[in-house]
Design a protein around this ligand. Structure first.
Ligand code: UDP
Length: 473
């Protein structure tokens, strides 16, 4: 297990974006947090420092926690490939998806427990009685009892889930339940995700949030966007060297590097096209393959200048996601088999993960460059990529599943796909947005207001303080 350093970010920065009443409320809660947590540390433990929504959110939220002078820390556990295969299976099952279809029996239980028992002593060395520990997702559930024995207040936060139960979700929960039952608190992103055996008085619902000032979401000019995409070799475009610097999350200045081969199989994306973009991990439930198929099977309904970019992390960069390389390979095989015209208009992009700040800047630039952002997930815990696009006032075409339903009202903040497996309906919705700039602008503007009102860090931090207040009496 290892610790990720977090540099404090002052709350005033966030407050600048808020109404005076909202900023004032945030400051009052910060005072309350300092008082409640004066001799305590708030630990977060998850399975990866990079890639995916949990890592994304921890990076920014914990920085504000430290900025509010609360001792907030982040530990990442060590696992081996068998452990991550088991936890990916759990992740899939909790979403009601078969994934690799593997077992969750005694053997798996034993390996899962052994790995967490191996991680536990390090956590026990640093966590003190009275501290708060937030354990994130199935990978960490098996640490609840060990940390409670130490006298810590242990909350399990679940970022995944499914609105209705199936035989698979039952199997996933049956595996986790014995580890979780004694947790002091539970956080879910949606009420519908809460299994019925969790005592409701120990549950709070906290949807995620985005940070407007992170490298992922900071407002970019068109010139900065061109520079980022041009320098990385993602888009064929002229750009000026003076826009290559950016601010890292620790406040230092970074400089975008040149890369080659990020767009698989072809050169950079032409500079004069309109882009539909989906940014996701290469996870089967994000259905990159379906996005590709829906677009190319309906190519005729799109204007000639509309291209599709499927964007994900380089697959060696996300250690807790064993499925990634396989899904990318499926997309690549499909792309290679396309007729020339379709192949010319679809781009598979693998972003480098070695420098997370640079990665975030590139995601930002691609989302900014997009004419429309897609998130055609088959299931979705929350869908931070949707929030990120909405904050950038982009029209979004997304599946009407999970947390996306909490972000988008259909036809108001974006377009929702009732049935994410209906590829023709997906293509029609996408074509509608690219053909109607008035619709696109209206959806994008409403989306940005929705994020401003509901999905910024102040709401999230305040909900945490309320939870800590309840936990500590
Ligand atoms: N992401 C990224 N680089 C990539 C692909 C994804 O930084 O190459 C980020 C994306 O911008 C978002 C997060 O990973 O912040 C994905 O979160 P989401 O909630 O959408 O899905 P999850 O991966 O947690 O299922």
């Amino acid at each position: 297990m290892w610790e990720i350093e977090i540099q404090p970010v002052p709350l005033e920065r966030l407050a600048d974006l808020l109404s005076p009443q909202r900023a004032d409320r945030l400051e009052k809660y910060a005072q309350r947090a300092r008082h409640l947590l004066r001799d305590r540390t708030v630990w977060n433990i998850n399975a990866t420092g990079r890639g995916g929504g949990v890592a994304e959110m921890l990076q920014t939220l914990l920085a504000y926690g430290r900025g509010a002078q609360v001792d907030t820390r982040w530990l990442v556990l060590d696992g081996d490939s068998d452990f991550f295969a088991i936890t990916k299976r759990l992740h899939n099952y909790l979403h009601g998806s078969p994934g690799d279809g593997g077992e969750l029996g005694e053997k798996e239980h034993e390996h899962y427990t052994r790995l967490l028992d191996y991680n536990l002593p390090m956590a026990k060395r640093v966590v003190r009685p009275g501290d708060i520990v937030l354990l994130h997702d199935p990978q960490t559930a098996g640490m609840v009892d060990g940390l409670r024995e130490l006298g810590a207040n242990v909350v399990w936060r679940c970022h995944v889930g499914r609105d209705t139960t199936t035989e698979l979700t039952d199997r996933g929960w049956a595996f986790l339940r014995p580890h979780l039952e004694r947790a002091d608190g539970f956080i879910f992103s949606r009420q519908a995700y809460v299994p019925d055996w969790v005592p409701h008085q120990r549950v709070v619902i906290i949807p995620p949030s985005v940070d407007p000032f992170s490298a992922k979401n900071i407002r970019l000019t068109d010139a900065e966007t061109r520079a980022a995409l041009g320098q990385a070799g993602l888009v064929e475009t002229a750009y000026s060297q003076e826009h290559l610097e950016f601010t890292r999350r620790d406040g230092s200045t970074g400089r975008l590097r040149t890369h080659s081969g990020l767009v698989l199989g072809s050169g950079p994306i032409p500079g004069d096209v309109r882009l539909a973009v989906q940014v996701s991990r290469w996870d089967r439930l994000k259905d990159m393959v379906g996005v590709l198929a829906g677009f190319v099977d309906n190519l005729a309904i799109f204007p000639d200048d509309v291209h599709l970019a499927l964007v994900g992390p380089e697959t060696s960069g996300v250690s807790d996601d064993p499925e990634g390389a396989q899904v990318l390979e499926e997309c690549r095989a499909l792309w290679e088999a396309l007729p020339d015209e379709a192949r010319r208009r679809v781009h598979l992009v693998c972003l480098p993960m070695g420098d997370v700040d640079e990665n975030a800047r590139l995601v930002n630039a691609l989302q900014h460059r997009a004419t429309v952002v897609v998130q055609k997930s088959l299931v979705e815990g929350f869908g931070l990529t949707v929030t990120e696009a909405m904050w950038k006032a982009k029209p979004v075409v997304a599946s009407a599943v999970g947390g996306i339903l909490d972000q988008i009202d259909d036809e108001v903040h974006g377009l929702l796909l009732e049935d994410p497996t209906d590829l023709d309906a997906f293509a029609k919705a996408l074509a509608r947005v690219v053909r109607d700039p008035v619709l696109a602008t209206g959806l994008g503007e409403a989306a940005r207001v929705r994020v401003q009102d509901e999905f910024l860090g102040d709401r999230h931090l305040i909900q945490y303080v309320e939870l800590f207040g309840a936990l500590l009496g």
